[in-house]
Design a protein around this ligand. Structure first.
Ligand code: DQA
Length: 155
């Protein structure tokens, strides 16, 4: 049996991590976060693929392609989180676990960031832990999958 596939999706402006608002998002780059997520996935017996786009439609199409191919999704959709109904609808069609991820804690920021339209179609959200969140989100997805290297599905 092949290793479960985890797709990590990154939304707009995340390619600017490292330069963008370091007091909010830290100084690590997206490549560093992806490497961290991949190392966690491999430790837990998962294969990780990553796709970044500044366009909502690309993320929607990535979810379509993931249907029946990927086992779980980790999604940091950036600002699309707060208005992206087409990404909401695409995620609603995905059968496996979906973990919403944010570096910052949107609930502690501007009012418009407090609404996530993706939360209702996600199993849960990891937010506010900076780069550690990439490890926690992969770990959460692995547990929901009952992946070989992970601990029990629910403690
Ligand atoms: C973010 C939070 C969003 O509100 C924001 O638009 C981002 C990054 C985060 O990771 O904290 O681009 O998703």
């Amino acid at each position: 049996m092949s290793a479960p596939l985890l797709l990590l999706l990154s939304g707009p402006n995340l390619t600017l991590l490292g330069e963008r608002d370091p007091q909010v998002y830290g100084t690590a780059t997206l490549a560093e976060h992806v490497a961290r997520a991949r190392a966690t996935a491999e430790r837990l017996g998962l294969v990780l693929e990553h796709l970044q786009s500044d366009r909502e439609g690309d993320l929607v199409e990535a979810v379509h392609r993931a249907r029946g191919r990927a086992d779980a999704l980790v999604v940091n959709a950036g600002a699309i989180t707060h208005y992206g109904w087409s990404l909401h609808d695409a995620l609603a069609t995905f059968a496996g676990p979906v973990v919403e991820l944010h570096l910052s804690n949107p609930d502690a920021r501007e009012p418009w960031r407090r609404r996530s339209v993706l939360a209702p179609v996600s199993d849960g959200t990891v937010a506010g832990f900076g780069g550690v969140g990439y490890e926690l989100a992969v770990e959460a997805a692995a547990r929901l999958l009952g992946a070989p290297g992970s601990r029990a599905k629910r403690a």
